[in-house]
Write a protein that binds this ligand. Structure first.
Ligand code: FES
Length: 231
């Protein structure tokens, strides 16, 4: 069991939760979290927002019963954590863009801390949040409220682009890659539903040419060209 140090609302329906302890993990990996005394019993996958020697942080949006219950937890309450899970982002050098839409920004803070020369693009539907925190860890930041943050990204300026957000945004990024004949590496982090988190249930399957892959084991980070978004 792990103790919650804080669980703060940073924007309507979006919470930043800090949990005590020393945890492992790369940017883009996730943990399965489950409350000790609360239903539902199924764990919920949350991306690593940040890590230190003394705590791990998660950023999450209240979208269902599980995250609604997380939002009610207070300092001193406890949770079960299993992880780190998934493949995470490769740590690369070069011209890097980290692009997040909505709660898709969650894994990008830790990624920006690891890939220090990266440019960060954050897109929000109604209200920006955590911009000052991101500004402190990246070389350049661009924020957009409303519309598509992808419009701000000049693909050709980058060797590597990471996109995290809803499926429609990931699909749009893949389409732009094709339209612009972008020859760099475009990675996407999928937000597929998960149940077990360890490769057993296949709930998180991602369609790829010739079959499927499990977002919780082979992903959630894929090269965009590997994913069949038309499924
Ligand atoms: Fe069960 Fe991925 S969540 S196989």
């Amino acid at each position: 069991m792990a103790e919650i140090l804080s669980n703060i609302q940073v924007s309507p329906g979006v919470f930043r939760m800090k949990i005590a302890g020393k945890y492992e993990g790369r940017a883009g990996q996730f943990y399965m979290l489950r409350g000790s005394r609360i239903e539902p019993l199924l764990s919920r996958p949350l991306s690593i927002f940040d890590l230190s020697d003394h705590y791990i942080e998660f950023l999450y949006q209240v979208v269902g019963e599980g995250t609604h219950l997380f939002a009610g937890l207070k300092r001193g309450d406890s949770l079960n954590l299993v992880g780190p899970l998934g493949n995470g982002f490769p740590v690369l050098e070069g011209r890097i863009a980290l692009v997040g839409g909505g709660i898709g920004i969650a894994p990008l803070y830790y990624a920006a801390r690891q890939m220090v020369a990266s440019d960060v693009f954050l897109g929000f539907r109604e209200e920006a949040y955590l911009v000052r925190e991101f500004s402190s860890v990246c070389s350049r930041i661009q924020v957009r409220v409303g519309g598509s943050i992808l419009d701000e990204v000049v693909f050709e300026d980058y060797d590597y682009i990471f996109v995290c957000g809803p499926t429609g945004m990931l699909k749009a990024a893949g389409q732009r890659q094709a339209e612009r004949h972008y020859t760099g590496n475009l990675f996407v982090s999928v937000e597929n539903k998960m149940a077990c988190g360890i490769g057993a249930c296949l709930v998180c399957s991602v369609k790829v040419p010739g079959g499927t892959k499990r977002a919780c084991v082979e992903g959630p980070v894929f090269l965009a060209k590997e994913v069949d978004f038309d499924d």
